[in-house]
Design a protein around this ligand. Sequence first.
Ligand code: OOG
Ligand code: NI
Length: 365
Amino acid sequence: MNDDDADVDPAQRVIRKTYRIAKRSIAELVRGYFAHNASARTACEHLMRVSGETMENLTDAEYVARETPLDHLAFRSLGTKDMGIDGVCERFEACGYVLCEESEDGPAATYRFPEKRVRARWMRPPETPIGEIALPRIFVSELVLEECDADLRSLVEGVLARVSDGKVFQSGEYADGRIARWQLPAASTYAKLQKLSEYASWTLLHGYAVNHIAVSLFQLRKKYPETPIRALEDVDKAFAANAALARKPWNDRGGRIKRSPSGLLLQSSLMSEPHRFNLYKQTQAIRNRYGRDDEEEIFKEYKLPGSYIEFVQRMPRPEHADKAFEELNEQDLRDGFESSNADQIFESTSVVLASAQRNQNPPIS
Ligand code: OOG
Ligand code: NI
């Protein structure tokens, strides 16, 4: 028990303990994500700086990973054996997260993306202790293998056949930014996969690495009441004024700001950062040191879509519309996700969209 627990009632003490464990675990994931997504860290620092955070805190990577106000973290997976949504959720159940179930008047529990052959679920974070900011939700999607065409399915299953032992998540694996239980696909397999499913090709490269973090504008304002960042348009303006961020391409699919039909959930995202991968290209005949012919494997480095960053603005539900900002809590806001927004946000890792936006050819063809 910490000193700061001494004056709280037992129920709050349990809430605080669960919160602290979950917060530490999320911060570890965000730290790993930042290590491979430098511009996402720059974006978070910039939003916190213009909101009034001190430079001293912002130069501390641990602080930024722990204190950036987040709406959600997202993961992708492959719907087979224990590798899909259930496998990912197990890891978060262990720290107090709860899978959202279907209810009459609540937000949807499952989201479907039939064209992508993908479905998604989400988890609610453990309760927020008094005086703290809410923890992020977890958004988890999976490729629905039984809905995939035979050619895509056999490519995915071919890569998954080379699974190494171990659990979906293993500690320390974020070190190399890639958390897959299988060997990386060969360049030719990746090229075929990428044409059939951008979702499958991303997931087979990155495994269970954080796909994106989403900054919560509501929690940002709770933490820094004086922040000028109140709407998604303010994020655009803040980035446009920063040399490092002004050049970052936004996901413009269907317009920069994605709005749910009710207008209460607004989302925007930057296109993913390129991530370097060495993929097996071909073998080459070489003369070995015994003077005999041998085969050498040639790997080539490719810059392929990595992770990205999203920004979320949730409005109060109609019954809380008249409340002043100071009285509002996360529970008063539009909850969950929105399929039509999500469908376009997924495209933040799309090679096709990135090349269309840049007017260039895809990196592997
Ligand atoms: C998830 C895209 C959807 C949201 O907030 O609706 C999403 C992904 O790219 O894996 O993040
Ligand atoms: Ni998201």
